[in-house]
Every structure is written in C-alpha cells, then in structure tokens.
Design a protein. Structure first.
Length: 144
C-alpha cells in the first residue's frame, strides 16, 4: 500500500476520534443523576482514550510524512445539551459501533504496514472493550 493511502486511512480514523460523541457529550451540558455516574465515568475514560488515540494517530501521520486532518465536529451532535446521560447511551453505542467498524476495516487494509497495523489493532481492541462496556450500561439502564 502506498504511503499516501496509509496516511489517508489514518486521517479517516483521526476524524472518527475527533468527532466521537463521547468528546462532544463532555463538551455539552448533560444531566447526570446518581444512578448514571458509572456511565459518566465510562464516558470520561473513553473521551480521554479518544484524545490519546488521536494524538498517536497524528504522530504516526506526521512520521509518515503526512498532515493530520483538522477537527471537524458533526453538527448532528449539537443536540446533546441538557439531555439525561442514560437517554444518550443508545446513541453512544451506535457511534462506538461505527468507530469499531472503521478500525476493523482499516486493520484489514494495513496487512503490509506493520506500524499502522500495530497501532490500529491496539486501538481497535480498546474500542471493542469500550463498546462492550457501553452495551452493558445501555442494556441495564432503567426504562422510563
């Protein structure tokens, strides 16, 4: 695979990290009740991991002679203000599923790129674990 193609795929992943709902949720004013504190802790951990993933993706892009893509937020995430955190969990699960799919596809495409494959595989495993944790919280949320 050509270096420019690898950089383009890494930039796609960087964009996913930068526009993830966990980051946007923490930038908004979300309502957190006592029973939803475990979900908030998970979201905070996922947001921190997403920032870290973005940093290592950007470093690899630079190491490969590319330029990291600028942050582009999704306008569809502007409605997160003043929502109850358990209400948003289903959206977080869907967002995380999309991120996992993107990383899984990238991992398949990076078979001949050991540095990119190692990074993408490591981040993919973290996202899969986060998806499982989110799914457990979403399925346990009280129905209103």
């Amino acid at each position: 695979m050509h270096g420019a193609q690898v950089v383009a795929i890494l930039n796609e992943l960087l964009t996913h990290e930068q526009r993830g709902l966990t980051l946007r949720l923490l930038e908004s004013t979300v309502s957190v009740s006592s029973p939803s504190v475990p979900a908030l802790v998970l979201v905070q951990r996922m947001a921190a991991a997403s920032r870290a993933h973005g940093a290592v993706l950007a470093k690899l892009i630079l190491d490969m002679g590319g330029t990291p893509a600028p942050r582009r937020d999704l306008i569809t995430s502007a409605d997160l203000h003043f929502q109850d955190l358990p209400h948003v969990l289903t959206r977080l699960v869907a967002d995380q599923e999309a991120v996992v799919r993107s990383y899984a596809l990238a991992a398949q495409r990076f078979a001949g790129e050991p540095r990119a494959l190692a990074l993408v595989t490591r981040v993919l495993q973290q996202h899969q674990q986060d998806l499982q944790s989110l799914g457990e919280l979403a399925s346990a949320k009280p129905q209103t």
